[in-house]
Ligand binder design. Structure first.
Ligand SMILES: *Cc1c(COP(=O)(O)O)cnc(C)c1O
Length: 376
């Protein structure tokens, strides 16, 4: 068996090679590289697909999150509730705009924000007379967070819900897409995300006209007319080449989600007998994942990872050190034991190879190798 990469980007490229190369060449020859027709078409298409009134193409998922927070202009030194079990970008943008991240715990089997922990954290801060301004809900590994309930909670408390859908573009609850529950949402088109390009890019979605307008200004240095600046902005543009690649990739997006889903179903069907060694993620009824990562909880995780690697199977650990225990966030006074589910997950999670063009043979090999490990 040849090596099985965790995510095979090269194989993905090969599938669309001709179409992408043709389109990229067109852009190169057009003389328009930024703020052009490719980006406009992509924004229109994706806003319509998601169900928001506006979409603004930006340079990455991180900058998309940053621009939303910057545009909302929340009171300085107020708190933003955020899961600890997420990629660092979700929290780093909070600090960048002068707000304070407050880490909350997640659920054992969806890995997404626990409503209970969210409510407890809010009450704890309130008791200390701290002001909470927003929640950033992450739909992790492709699975929607409990966005209906979180939205309701935020409305009751009069705080903003911002969605980090960087791993979950295309996912939905019932017919409603993630990214349409909050005041605004941020996605990423980083190469390993469900809808991806071959480089960095991202997008902000919102149905609020003024917010969309402000994000558009902020990503252009805060410029409101040529060389005239109203805000402290950034260079946060998406470029025409990535927009063009995304227009090609988007045609096959739903098909790719279906391919991912079939692979995940096969993993689940074959690994469910491995309890208690392996604990599988749960997908609540009516929640449709975009299956960006398939993450199990495994006994002896590090040994299993090494064993699979010795057989040529690459896996990933998201996330080995939770954010509340990262050195960079030590000033926010969280300690080991504060978020027990997050801390358990950090020791047990293992993401198995998953991309749309994984073959039956490869999936079978991964499954039989995991079984072999636990038989010993
Ligand atoms: C990837 C990711 C981001 C950041 O996206 P980039 O495009 O890499 O900047 C933010 N949040 C989450 C949850 C992510 O997975």
């Amino acid at each position: 068996m040849e090596k099985i990469p965790f995510i095979d980007l090269k194989r993905n490229y090969e599938v669309y090679k001709e179409e992408i190369e043709k389109k990229v060449l067109e852009v190169l020859r057009s003389g328009i590289y930024l703020n052009g027709p490719q980006t406009q078409e992509l924004e229109n298409l994706l806003a319509k697909y998601l169900g928001t009134s506006y979409a603004v193409g930006v340079s990455s998922g991180t900058e998309a999150l940053f621009l939303i927070l910057k545009a909302l202009d929340l009171p300085k030194n107020t708190y933003v509730l955020v899961p600890s079990f997420t990629f660092v970008a979700t929290a780093e943008v909070i600090v960048r705009v002068g707000l304070i991240p407050y880490f909350v715990d997640v659920e054992e089997d969806t890995y997404n924000i626990s409503l209970e922990s969210l409510k407890e954290s809010y009450e704890k801060l309130k008791k200390k007379r701290k002001q909470v301004s927003a929640v950033i809900a992450v739909s992790l590994f492709g699975l929607p967070a409990h966005l209906k309930e979180i939205k309701k909670f935020c409305e009751e408390k009069g705080i903003y819900l911002i969605e980090d859908i960087c791993q979950a573009f295309g996912a939905k609850i019932g017919d409603k897409k993630v990214g349409t529950f909050g005041i605004a949402s941020a996605t990423s088109f980083y190469p390993t995300k469900p809808l991806s390009t071959f480089g960095d890019a991202g997008m902000v979605f919102t149905s609020h006209k003024n917010l969309a307008k402000k994000v558009r200004i902020l990503k252009e240095h805060g410029q409101i007319k040529p060389y005239f600046y109203k805000y402290h902005g950034i260079n946060g543009r998406i470029d025409e080449i990535h927009s063009a690649i995304l227009l090609v990739k988007f045609k096959y997006f739903e098909k790719e989600i279906a391919l991912r889903k079939a692979i995940v179903e096969k993993y689940i069907e074959n690994l469910k007998d491995l309890t208690p060694y392996v604990r599988l993620p749960q997908f609540p009824k009516n929640y449709f994942s975009s299956y960006s990562l398939f993450t199990i909880r495994a006994k002896n995780r590090d040994k299993l990872k090494a064993f699979l690697e010795s057989k040529g199977i690459m896996t990933g650990v998201y996330y080995k050190t939770p954010l509340h225990l990262q050195p960079v966030y030590k000033d926010f006074n969280f300690k080991n034991g504060d978020l027990p589910v997050t801390e358990r997950l950090a020791k047990e999670v293992l993401s198995l190879p998953l991309h749309p063009y994984l073959t039956e043979k490869e999936i079978d090999y991964v499954i039989s190798s995991i079984k072999e490990f636990y038989k010993k």
